[in-house]
Each structure stands twice: as C-alpha cells, then as structure tokens.
Design a protein around this ligand. Structure first.
Ligand code: HSE
Length: 444
C-alpha cells in the first residue's frame, strides 16, 4: 500500500503477557495490511511492562518496552489495556480517555467492577471504548450484538463462555471422571489455574454474562444482577444420569427477557443467570466440546444464531483485540461519536425467582413399597408437574447395605419457589436418604 499522506496513529500497549505479546507481534508484522484496512498507519509507540527483560511469547524490539505506562498513555491515539485486574488498569484507562485516546481492553474483571464509570467517561469524551476480547476470546460476539443486530430485538442469549468449565464437564461426560479428577486434568493441560475458583464457581462466566446482557438488552446489568452457581458440586453420577436421559451438562450463561404474570406484578424484565444446565444432546450448544466457547442468540427477526470458537489463548484473543483496534482506528480516521453501547432499554433486572424452567431432581431413596407414590404426591401438592421419572435400583447387600434406589425426576416448567418448596418437603421424608442434586434443564 502507498503510505505517503496516510495518517499515523500511535498505539500504546499496556501489558505483554500471552495476549499482549501476540498483539504486538501482529501489529508489527501486519502493519501494511492493517494500514490498508484502516486508512491509517498503526504505529506501536510503546509497550508498558513491569519488568523490561522478562521472557515474552514473541520476539519484540527491546526499545519499545517501557516501565512508564502513565507517560505512554498520554501520547497515544489508541490504548490497548491488557494488564488485567483493577489497578493500575482503571487509572490508566481513565487517563487515556481524558487525553482523548480510544481504548481497547479485554479486562472483564474491571468492566464488571466499574464498567459504568468507564463507559460514561468514554461517552462524555466522545472516544471509543471496546472490549470484544473480554467475552469468549476470539469469538466475535459483542460487535455482532451491538452492530449487526442493532436493528433487531434479542430475546434470549445462551452462552458457553468459560472454556475451563466446558473442558471439565466435557471430560466428565466423555470419560466418566469425577469433578476433582477432571479439574486436575484441566490444570495439567494449562486450562485451569492453580486457584480455579473464578472459573469453577462461575464468577468469570457471570462477569461475561453481565456484559452480554447489557449489550443485548440495552440496559446496564451489574455483576450483582447475575444469579451465579458454579460446577463444583456436579458429580459423575449427575453426568451419567443426564447422559442416559439424552442430556449433556453445560455451564450456561443465560440472559433472557421474561414477562412476569399479572398476579406477580405483570412486569417485563431480564433475568441473567449462570448455572450448570442439562441440555438435550441435539442442541447446538451441546456439541461444543473441550475448552471451546459458543454463544447462541435468539432474536425476533433473525431467529436463532450461533457464534463459536476459541475462548482463550494468546493468538486467538489477540484477533479480538486487533479487531477492536482496527475499529477504533477507522473511527479516528472517519470521525463520529465513540458510543459503544446504548442504555435506552431501561429493562428491570429480574431475580432468579422470575424464571420458570424444567428441573432435574436427583434423589437417593429407600427401595420399598409406596416410595414413588409419596414423592409424586409432594410434587403434586406443590403444583410441580413431573415429565419423566427414571429409577435405578442399588441392590441390598445382606448385612452391609439396605436396598436403595436412585431417582431422577425431570419436571415440566416450574417456578424456583415451587421447586424449592417441593425439595424441602421431600427432604423431610423418612424414606428419602438425600436429595443428591437439583439442576435446571434448558432447550426442551
Ligand atoms: N478463564 C477463562 C476460561 C478464559 O476458562 O474461559 C478467560 O476469560
């Protein structure tokens, strides 16, 4: 490409880990192609790091490195923040906005903790703040929701947005492993961190769910609005029983528009939730294996859409970052407002109580006459309708164990309150040894 008379935009990179080093490499290697796509040369003006001589995932010119992130930000047109965590990322992003730079970040923890402050400051300054890499790594999902579906009405988003938990559940499903062993395998392969809490307890997925819901429903949803349950209590027996019945268990992030009945106030709102979910094995999301991510969207005009790909990793996530960089550069070349979200939806956030879903209840019960009848009676009394019931008998070993039966009951749609009342009543029965699991079912 002819590069004379082409504007040069200074790009400052904060952080040079797995993703940052690949972003820097591609900015340098593909400079001509990126200039052709944006109409401006993207000049990597510096890379702010804590230690200049730390090993990097790519060979990068030493003179680009600096430890003075604050100074680097002040002279940039585009700031890429890949430090992670809250500080100093927050202060540096605010400084970039104040100095009129567009910001690209992948920092979902910061967006979950203080997104609204950053969005408002960016709007007020007329600069673009984009964060495609914060949700589902390489999978282009935020810009399609924000731009491609801007003329449609999204009604429901179902996402597998955490690769670590998808790997663990997939491992349990394909090998019969218990959770702890599948987690160890995920750690051995580098998918799960030494402290896996943020992934396995659903916190990472909840931060992503809040972002997806905010863009899909044009209303800001905070982390506190997300009902969150992780996968650490899912057992090999749950997975096996689900498999027998034609289901797979996935950790889903769900944001959906709901109308609450007139008797309950008649509101319309959005419930955002993350929890392990039984999905029919023929559902498109059931085919998402290993550490891959996918987001399934239902929209009034478009119908069903699915976006699929790698949810983590240096080079895949760098692709999402660079897409945002090109978008920011185009805006700087062409001009126009930097608005990256709209908040005109004003949809109330509904609690999990507003959701009516099917449930799969696992019970360990005594193997004796009348047990099924007594349990079915309690479901009926609480107005929870049973769709299917499967029983597996564990034979009595004389002198060792009394006979017991494992029941897996799948219900028709029921409210959280009705299901909870049913489970509480069942728990009190002398013929029930334990309620082994209560899992939601979607996609039926
Ligand atoms: N820890 C995340 C995952 C990747 O397992 O998908 C970063 O969001």
């Amino acid at each position: 490409m002819k590069t004379t008379n082409v504007k040069t935009l200074k790009v400052a990179l904060l952080g040079c880990g797995n993703v940052g080093s690949q972003v820097a490499r591609i900015l340098l290697e593909d400079a001509d192609a990126l200039a052709a796509r944006t109409g401006a040369r993207l000049e990597l003006s510096g890379i702010a790091v804590r230690t200049i001589d730390a090993p990097r995932g790519a060979e990068l010119p030493r003179e680009l490195f600096t430890t003075d992130a604050a100074a680097l930000v002040k002279s940039a047109d585009i700031v890429i923040e890949l430090l992670g965590g809250i500080e100093p990322a927050r202060t540096l992003i605010l400084s970039a906005i104040e100095h009129g730079a567009c910001v690209v970040t992948g920092n979902k923890a910061l967006l979950a903790a203080d997104g609204p402050t950053l969005y408002e400051k960016a709007d007020a300054a007329g600069v673009q703040l984009s964060y495609e890499a914060a949700v589902a790594g390489a999978v282009p999902i935020l810009r399609p929701i924000r731009d491609s579906l801007a003329g449609d009405k999204i009604t429901r988003v179902l996402g597998i947005v955490n690769g670590t938990t998808n790997f663990i559940l997939d491992q349990m499903d394909s090998t019969g492993a218990q959770f702890d062993d599948a987690l160890k395998e995920a750690q051995r392969l580098g998918y799960a961190e030494a402290d896996p809490t943020a992934d396995v307890e659903g916190h990472d997925a909840a931060a992503k769910a809040a972002i997806l819901a905010s863009l899909s429903f044009h209303t800001r949803f905070a982390l506190e609005n997300v009902h969150c349950q992780g996968i650490s209590s899912v057992t090999a027996a749950d997975i096996a029983a689900a498999k027998d019945a034609g289901f797979v268990i996935k950790l889903l992030a769900i944001a959906e528009k709901l109308s609450v009945s007139a008797a309950d106030g008649g509101t319309e709102g959005v419930c955002v939730r993350v929890h392990p979910t039984l999905l029919p094995r023929e559902h498109p999301l059931a085919t998402v294996r290993g550490a891959f991510n996918a987001v399934f969207i239902e929209a009034e005009s478009a119908g069903e859409l699915m976006f699929y790909g790698q949810g983590a990793g240096g080079t895949p996530t760098a692709s999402a970052v660079l897409g945002d960089v090109v978008s920011a550069a185009r805006r700087l070349v062409l001009g126009g407002p930097g608005r990256t979200e709209t908040t005109t939806g004003h949809v109330p956030a509904l609690g999990i109580d507003a959701v009516r879903t099917s449930y799969c209840v696992g019970l360990d019960v005594a193997d004796q006459p009348g047990v099924l009848a007594r349990i079915a009676q309690l479901f009926a009394e609480n107005r929870v309708s049973i769709e299917t019931m499967r029983q597996t008998i564990h034979r009595e070993v004389p002198g060792v164990t009394p006979g017991s039966a494992e029941l897996r009951i799948v219900t028709h749609l029921a409210s959280e309150a009705a299901l909870a009342a049913t489970v509480q009543a069942i728990t009190g029965l002398d013929i029930v040894n334990s309620v082994t699991s209560v899992l939601r079912v979607e996609g039926v």
